[in-house]
Design a protein around this ligand. Structure first.
Ligand SMILES: Nc1ncnc2c1ncn2[C@@H]1O[C@H](COP(=O)(O)OP(=O)(O)OP(=O)(O)O)[C@@H](O)[C@H]1O
Ligand SMILES: [Mg+2]
Length: 347
């Protein structure tokens, strides 16, 4: 179908009226030259017949055109629905040229575009999944290397020292009991440190996330698990803090693990206290140990723990403060603003 004669009944009636009026006028002119007593009657009948015939024939054509147009529009509607249902390979049959055929052609081009875009979107999603798997694998490898390094640097060295000291004590226990006693004291000291290192390593192996647990419950469980496993006495002073997002809770939990791990590995403390409180719209997390303390300027630069803790605290808009003096223990304090309104809106 190329062109549609689309007219309303009113317009069609008007056209038929005027064309019949022309016929009426022509007959009137004719009867002017060939006078006839029934001129007006003949012209009137001719007008009425012409109007009826013209109107009926044209209306019939119009109805046919409307039907074809309706069918074409229905086809377009069906095609759009097919596309929305996901069958992007569907195309419209375009036969001739004309207004509707141009629309059909344009719709086919649009379908081509959508099809191409969906394909590239799917490719991107696939690439994204592959990349995520790669990143995850790299993170796992990195963590394994870190654990291997820690096991090698600390625990395996300590086990070696233990075996040397134990065999020295065994040899000298009868000949030089004082030296043997010294060796045994060293054995006990090194075994305690190794135990701390092992606990710290196990802490790294724990699941990083809190999952469905609230922060206060998770921290209480963590402290309970640590207390009694080493010579260090672990205490908790924890208030439930409402209004923290899951992301903030996870970060605070991870920060606690890192601070506790440092206390286990490096502090030589007898007591570690973890506290979580809310004050002035700030959540306040502190891990304090009464251990050896250290000089911040002198400690090794290659380690990432403290640096990562600072970055992690800043990521959630918090402030990280480490206070330590040689022989006076270490305190790690993190303060994070609580955005209650924002959290309520997000939910
Ligand atoms: N609670 C602590 N008591 C005593 N010394 C500490 C304490 N926390 C940290 N340190 C000292 O600061 C150093 C740096 O700590 P940091 O956590 O950055 O690194 P790390 O624990 O040695 O290694 P990692 O990168 O595995 O965390 C430690 O090596 C340790 O000497
Ligand atoms: Mg550390």
């Amino acid at each position: 179908m190329q062109n549609y004669r689309i007219r309303t009944i009113k317009i069609q009636a008007t056209i038929s009226f005027f064309s019949s009026l022309i016929l009426f006028a022509a007959l009137q002119i004719f009867f002017f030259f060939v006078p006839d007593g029934h001129a007006l009657l003949i012209s009137g009948i001719a007008f009425v017949l012409s109007f009826a015939a013209h109107f009926l024939i044209e209306t019939n054509f119009l109805i046919k055109d409307y039907r074809v147009l309706r069918d074409d529009l229905e086809n377009i509607d069906l095609f759009v629905k097919t596309l929305s249902a996901g069958k992007l390979s569907a195309r419209m049959k375009v036969e001739d040229s004309g207004t509707i055929n141009q629309v059909e052609q344009s719709l086919n081009e649009l379908a081509d575009k959508i099809d191409t875009q969906v394909k590239s979107l799917q490719r991107l999603v696939d690439e994204n999944i592959e990349m995520n798997v790669k990143i995850k694998n790299e993170a796992v490898t990195e963590e394994r290397q870190r654990l291997a390094r820690d096991l090698h640097d600390a625990v395996s060295q300590q086990l070696f020292a233990l075996s040397m000291l134990a065999s020295a004590a065994e040899k000298t226990i009868h000949t030089n009991p004082d030296l043997a006693a010294e060796n045994i004291a060293d054995v006990s000291d090194i075994a305690r440190k190794a135990q701390g290192e092992m606990r710290a390593l196990l802490l790294h192996l724990r699941p990083v996330r809190l999952n469905d647990e609230s922060l206060d419950k998770g921290l209480e469980r963590l402290i309970q698990e640590l207390d009694g496993k080493t010579v260090i006495h672990f205490e908790a002073s924890i208030d439930p803090v409402a209004g923290l997002s899951k992301g903030v809770e996870n970060h605070l939990f991870r920060l606690s693990q890192e601070a506790l791990s440092n206390a286990l590995r490096h502090s030589e403390a007898t007591r570690v206290v973890l506290s979580l409180h809310e004050k002035d719209q700030l959540v306040n997390l502190t891990v304090f140990d009464n251990g050896r303390g250290f000089d911040l300027k002198q400690e090794k630069i290659a380690s990432y723990g403290l640096k990562t803790m600072k970055e992690r605290a800043e990521e959630i808009g918090g402030h990280f403060l480490l206070t330590t003096h040689k022989g006076e223990g270490t305190s790690v304090n993190i303060r994070v603003p609580i955005h209650r309104e924002a959290v309520e809106h997000n939910d």
